[in-house]
Design a protein around this ligand. Structure first.
Ligand code: NAP
Length: 323
């Protein structure tokens, strides 16, 4: 495993972190707690030192499994969690006022719940789970989180970018309000290279990359006939012709990766890690086999520059597919 600084936080993060969304069990079909615990065990044994979770993942279930896993464990494993907007509007419109979503009173109370769920007295990283650029002129929630940081309840303050407008976090980064951001970056969605990543680098903001596999498609395992179980959001994400269109594009990527010595899932994780400014990537991990495969990627040599350049052509500006 290799480690990189998370901006100016003083935290060194493993290049591969653990994405724990599926551990909440409400969006990804069936997930057994024993698989979740075994996956965490394997990943940490192989050098993973940070886990990403959220209040919204199973109503805190993902956080509580992580708490149980970390109980009595020697050695520091950092946990990033996310506060959900009180409105539960995941794509806030510019008309919405921030105090409906993230008033200081709500943030204080919710951070206490996150601390309890994780069994700790300080959150390593606390992200706001969504944002709108309309709040940049009056970033009250970030000032409230900065107070909680000063009080010792939070170590690093961040925003997980809204997928419809990731560059919305650029101004708060420039204003020095964000220790870390969580960002979508993958072989399809490369827009963050234009503005967001250079801004983060200049501001000393740590960048954690999510959805490197495009919800699994970039592992190359889907076909146009893949069926997703009940209660799996991928039924919607890849609905209609989206799955077929995605698989066609993945096959084009596979051709470019062939002969390079990297398997497609490995290239998918190494691609964001090859972008200047990226601290770590957090693939979703559901079982020990995925923990093994995904952590091993950090021991490979970085993608050679010519391959990185070649893969740029797969950028796909398809819009937002989340419900
Ligand atoms: N707004 C936000 O803040 C936000 C949004 C999305 C994600 N996230 C965070 O980012 C993390 C990563 O994103 P994600 O989990 O949505 O998507 P992802 O990393 O693109 O895909 C993860 C899924 O791919 C499959 N997979 C993982 N490793 C594999 C391998 N080596 N080979 C084949 N299949 C593999 C697993 O599902 P199956 O085994 O079921 O196929 C896994 O759940 C999340 O867990 C979460 O922590 C945050």
């Amino acid at each position: 495993m290799k480690y990189r600084p998370l901006g100016k936080t003083g935290i060194e993060v493993s290049e591969i972190g653990f994405g724990a969304w599926a551990l909440g069990e409400d969006w990804w079909g069936r997930q057994s707690d024993s698989d979740s615990l075994a996956a965490l065990e394997k990943a940490v044994e192989l050098g993973v030192n940070h886990i990403d979770t959220a209040a919204a993942y199973g109503g805190g279930k993902s956080e509580r499994i992580i708490r149980d896993f970390l109980k009595g464990r020697a050695g520091k494993v950092y946990v990033a969690t996310k506060v959900a907007p009180q409105t539960h509007i995941w794509r806030p419109s510019p008309w919405e006022k921030w105090d409906a979503a993230y008033s200081e009173a709500y943030l204080r109370q919710d951070v206490e719940t996150r601390l309890r769920n994780l069994g700790t007295d300080c959150l390593d990283i606390c992200f706001l789970h969504t944002w709108t650029r309309a709040w940049n002129r009056d970033p009250g929630p970030l000032l409230a989180l900065a107070k909680l940081r000063k009080e010792g309840k939070i170590r690093a303050v961040g925003i997980s970018t809204p997928e419809h407008d990731q560059d919305a976090v650029n101004d708060p980064m420039k204003a020095g309000l964000l220790d870390a951001v969580q960002v979508i970056y993958n072989l399809f969605d490369q827009d963050a290279s234009a503005e967001l990543l250079p801004t983060a680098q200049a501001a000393g903001t740590g960048v954690i990359v999510r959805v490197a596999f495009d919800e699994g498609s970039l592992t190359g395992k889907y076909t146009p006939d893949t069926q997703f179980p009940e209660n799996d959001f991928r039924r919607t994400y890849f609905k209609g012709e989206r799955l077929r269109d995605t698989v066609e594009r993945v096959e084009e990527i596979r051709k470019d990766v062939a002969g390079s010595g990297y398997a497609l899932p490995q290239a998918a994780l190494l691609y964001p890690l090859a972008q200047p400014g990226v601290s770590a990537v957090i693939p979703g991990i559901r079982n020990p086999a995925q923990a093994d495969l995904n952590t091993a990627v950090a021991d490979l040599p970085p993608l050679p520059r010519p391959l990185v350049e070649k893969l740029r052509r797969h950028a796909w500006r398809r819009g937002v597919w989340y419900p």
